[in-house]
Design a protein around this ligand. Sequence first.
Ligand SMILES: [Zn+2]
Length: 255
Amino acid sequence: MGRFFWLQEDEGVAASYGGTLNAGHRWGLPGLLNCPSCSKTWAGSGSYFPGVNLMALGDAEREFRKARPEPLAEFLRLRELVVPLAPPRAALQPGSRLGPLVGKCRGRFPDFAWLGDILLAQPHVIGGLQERGVREVEAFPTALLARPGAQSDLLEVQLAHHGQLHADCIPESVAPPCKACGWFGLRRPDEPVLDASTLPSGLDLFRLGNFETMVICTERFLDAVSSIEGDGLTWRELPVRAGRVNPGAARGGGE
Ligand SMILES: [Zn+2]
């Protein structure tokens, strides 16, 4: 098992470039209204699929423009329309954001730029990572206007959901995810631990399956970033622990 690192924005570097972003994704799945099992009304964060183009749905794309919660049956109906357009096994949870970022950007950005937990990159960065053997890194054009009539060339990195926080770092008081809707009332642990048995072996950059706002990378990814002298990222190595012997004690879900 290799080493894994939690990526975040290098805020000092971002501030030194001074760029600002004001944007949201063109489409989204609705949130969930009153889950019949757990009664929660919610929309998740950390689920972004910029490569999903709903124009293929014709007039039905309008149903995905406005963020709002919907009852489970309507949520499932709309999700079924998106599944054929999304990556295989994509975690299309309530509130998933779809399509390009639409909005404005001003000023200059580092090689890796962040909008909350959304990861963007300059075009040369993606090619540089791929040339250095980083696996499964995909990025899609944004629809950000840098000036009136001038589109930004920033790309958004599309990240699959893989791996889980280890049960050891999830408080006993946190209930397991809702089996009907996936809602999971976990706050980010101060000392996250990864469950070795859930970690992917074939890719170098992903979001955690049971804590989607955390972006995780491998040592291979960091080596490639160092090689291209990419800036805009900070990282922290996370401990990796074997899963519990008794699978009944395991928690987590979402995949
Ligand atoms: Zn539920």
